[in-house]
Design a protein around this ligand. Sequence first.
Ligand SMILES: C[S@@+](CC[C@H](N)C(=O)[O-])C[C@H]1O[C@@H](n2cnc3c(N)ncnc32)[C@H](O)[C@@H]1O
Length: 188
Amino acid sequence: MAYLLRSARYLSHDVLKEAVQKGDTVIDATMGNGHDTLFLCELVGEEGQVIAFDVQEAAVESTRKRLEEAGVLERAALYCRGHEHMDEAGVTDVSAIVFNLGWLPGGDKSVTTLWETTKIALEKALHLLKQHGVLLLCAYPGHAEGDRERAEVMNFLASLPPQRYNVLHQKFLNAGPGAPENFVIQKQ
Ligand SMILES: C[S@@+](CC[C@H](N)C(=O)[O-])C[C@H]1O[C@@H](n2cnc3c(N)ncnc32)[C@H](O)[C@@H]1O
């Protein structure tokens, strides 16, 4: 089958396929409708675990249903809590952490990720990653908070020490304003 260069989100899935092994512990920092949570459950297999966060009960329920239908619910712990509390889940040596910023698709657009809490979560996430673990973040400029959050994410990630982290930024240059942007961080 031909290789297709698709959206920024699919690029992050390509990285996850390489970085996550069966039996790993991974975190979905923004479960939303559970697409990424399901993808992670498939990657970690029966012996692995996925810890997932969202502040909206609707997101948790939507994700629970998706995982149940796929028969992988027992691989996941779903928390209706902000990702800024991810250190309280009691896991360490995490091989991948996924942030998909913004609001719940089809949900309340006033409930969106905010830089103030995203920053706390990113700091904790970098701490929880094991050596060679990856953090994937997809940002959505094109609305006021999304623009602000993306700019702050850029500043934060660009300032990480290169001896400890590799930081990659991907975006489709000809996709117009508001196109999603993907960031890949690997701990050295
Ligand atoms: C773009 S959606 C995520 C989509 C999801 N990855 C998927 O595959 O369906 C962003 C989600 O972040 C959630 N969110 C907002 N603030 C949050 C926070 N502080 N902690 C965790 N999730 C948050 C929103 O409720 C929304 O569901």
